[in-house]
Structures are given as structure tokens and as C-alpha cells.
Design a protein around this ligand. Sequence first.
Ligand code: HEC
Length: 129
Amino acid sequence: MKKIKIVFTVAVLMLAFGACKYDFIIPEEAPPVDPNASEVSFSQKVLPIFTTGNNCTACHKTGGTSPDLTAANAYNVINNAKYINIANPSGSKIYSVAAPSTSEHSHKKYTATEAVIVLSWITQGAKNN
Ligand code: HEC
């Protein structure tokens, strides 16, 4: 009888801890990035963050403050080691400078949702997709 109780307790504990895996709490600093999440498209998801309502392109436009984040140039301009670090996605300048928690950029910052999109895109290889 005792054995059954122990086995039962262990089973319940395993279920409880197994379930915890899905209870993500979103911290402000580094949003969780799910590597198995569906692929984030640069043109559909990332670019609109830069350009919609001139969010970033008000200043980061051709001939303006670098990096040039306009639709025509953004990918080519940021697709290098200065802005993107695949080995350490959250250290990528295109993410970190405008991240919600940063004090590096006193201008527009990413919202938490935008930050997750940009970081996910870099984590997935920063493709021109
Ligand atoms: C009101 C103007 C303005 C807006 C809007 C703006 N920025 Fe900036 N950004 C600047 C200026 C000016 C700098 C140069 C450094 C500084 O003064 O902070 C800069 C610097 C940067 C840098 C670092 C450039 C480098 O080569 O080191 C990045 C990356 C950046 N901004 C990204 C963004 C993103 C992403 C957005 C949109 C969410 C954005 N910026 C919106 C003015 C702006």
C-alpha cells in the first residue's frame, strides 16, 4: 500500500513540474524566445516595426541617422556584424539599442511585443524572408 502511495505522489509531482514548463512569465529585460515558434518574416513582421507610421524611419531614413531602416535598404544595412550577432541575439545592436529596457537610445524604443519579434527574427538566423 505504501509503495502505491509513493508511486502516486511521484507521478503527481512529475505532472506538476511538467506543467510548469509552459507557465512562462514575461520579464521586461529579455523576452522569452521560442526557437520552435513559426518563422518570423522580416518583410512581414520586422520591417513594418521600422516603417509603419515612420516609427523608426522618421530619423533612420536614407541620408538621415544611420542605420537606414527604410524598406528599400533596411535589410542590407543591418545584415552585418555591426548590427546583428547571431551567436548572441540579444547583444545585436539592432535589438539592444532600441530594446524596451535600454537607456542607450533616448528616442523611440521597441514595445515588448516588437522586441519579441525582432529578437525571434535574429534568433532564427536574421533571414531576408
Ligand atoms: C527621433 C529620432 C529617432 C527615432 C524615431 C529612432 N531613432 Fe534610433 N537613433 C537616433 C539617433 C539620433 C541615434 C544616434 C545615437 C543617439 O543619439 O542615441 C540613433 C541610434 C540608433 C541605433 C544605433 C546606431 C549605431 O550605428 O550605433 C540603432 C540600432 C537605432 N537607433 C535603432 C532605432 C530603431 C529600431 C528605432 C525605431 C524603434 C529608432 N532607432 C527610432 C534617432 C532616432
